[in-house]
Design a protein around this ligand. Structure first.
Ligand code: PMP
Length: 344
């Protein structure tokens, strides 16, 4: 790995971050707060939230098996994706390498930040080869984007190839594990201590059932987390989100229950799709969705839409010709989709 100073955007390395009076306040000793120009009335929402979300991180550390200083929290994992560009890439000079197809925001954020985006096509079985990713890199490549289980293909990427990529690349590797709660594979976030150039992303939007509160996580070496914290907006995770997340974290068994039901529904849906005349193939999945190759995906997508059923049309995405991406919903929602497709 190149030194972190060399990987960081120079003005960000030199940045002196915004600091509030409460950043320096550590405990319960203060009883009067006249530092932040708040309204003293309208409890309990009148005060700014904890800028570093210490209570939430302490609880997350227990649940996720990662030390609290190795956790960054943001306004969805989309915030961490954007921050990775703003912290580690220089517009107009640097580039990033990413698997293709994958989650669209890696490219959108590259475009917003004026960073060259180099897609590397997955193999026909949607797998990566480390040497192909590394071959696409040059001295200006700062980040490699991986996603496992991958969106929209659904499969886990081969762990040996991920590890080889992390070990052989001298920049940062970001592995988006948004869907890892649905997979049997050991999460890579548990290995951040081994790899100083690894950033793992997680979210409350999927298995945790909290897409509305917008809370995403990045796990990495403390030096990387400190850079994210320097650049983020001071109060990027609002008080309601912090409170709701703590409530969700108090009931982790609920999440395990949902995951079990979703995985059972996933098998049922895949079996049913395989019997549909309109379905050519269902790809293997480790996520809460699956990719199905259809006989004319566009027409089926339009037909479903006219029946009030929205799925994700991926037919114009690389390697996904004629594919629809189907989220596993509730039993009722899934049955509605199947009933419509059986009538097609
Ligand atoms: N990563 C992946 C792979 C996703 O599919 C999504 C959302 N579809 C996200 C990140 C965004 O997650 P969040 O809601 O935490 O911003």
């Amino acid at each position: 790995m190149r030194p972190l100073e060399e990987l960081t955007r120079p003005n960000i390395w030199a940045l002196k971050p915004y600091s509030s009076a409460r950043d320096e306040y550590s405990g319960n000793e203060a009883k009067v707060f006249l530092d932040a120009n708040e309204n003293p009335y309208n409890n309990p929402l009148n005060r700014y939230p904890d800028p570093l979300q210490k209570g939430l991180k302490a609880r997350l550390a227990q649940i996720k098996g990662v030390a609290k200083e190795n956790i960054f929290l943001g306004n969805g994992s989309d915030e961490a994706i954007d921050l990775a560009y703003r912290c580690f890439t220089r517009p107009g000079t640097d580039n990033v390498v990413a698997i293709e197809p994958t989650y669209g925001m890696y490219k959108v954020c590259a475009d917003i930040n004026n960073i060259e985006y180099r897609p590397v096509l997955l193999d026909q079985d949607f797998q990566i080869k480390s040497y192909k990713l590394l071959k696409a890199c040059d001295k200006h490549t700062k980040l490699i984007w991986l996603c496992s289980p991958n969106n929209p293909t659904g499969n886990n990427l081969n762990r040996n190839e991920i590890v080889k990529t992390i070990e052989c690349f001298d920049g940062l590797v970001i592995v988006d594990e948004a869907y890892s709660d649905f997979s049997q594979e050991r999460p890579l976030r548990l290995e951040i201590d081994k790899y100083p150039n690894l950033i793992v992303l997680n979210t409350f939007s999927k298995a945790w059932g909290c897409a509305a509160i917008r809370l995403g996580m990045a796990f990495a070496d403390k030096k990387i987390i400190d850079i994210f914290n320097k650049v983020k907006y001071p109060y990027n995770v609002n008080a309601l989100t912090q409170k709701n997340a703590l409530e969700a974290l108090a009931e982790p068994y609920e999440v395990d229950k949902w995951i079990k039901i979703i995985l059972l529904e996933r098998s049922r849906m895949i079996d049913a799709f395989k019997l549909l005349p309109s379905c050519e193939k269902v790809y293997p999945t480790d996520a809460n969705f699956f990719l199905a190759k259809m006989h004319d995906a566009q027409t089926i997508y339009d037909y479903l839409k006219s029946n009030g059923i929205i799925v994700r049309n991926r037919t114009h995405v690389s390697l996904c010709d004629d594919c629809l991406r189907i989220t596993i919903g509730s039993k009722t929602e899934n049955n509605e989709l199947l009933a419509a497709l059986r009538q097609y």
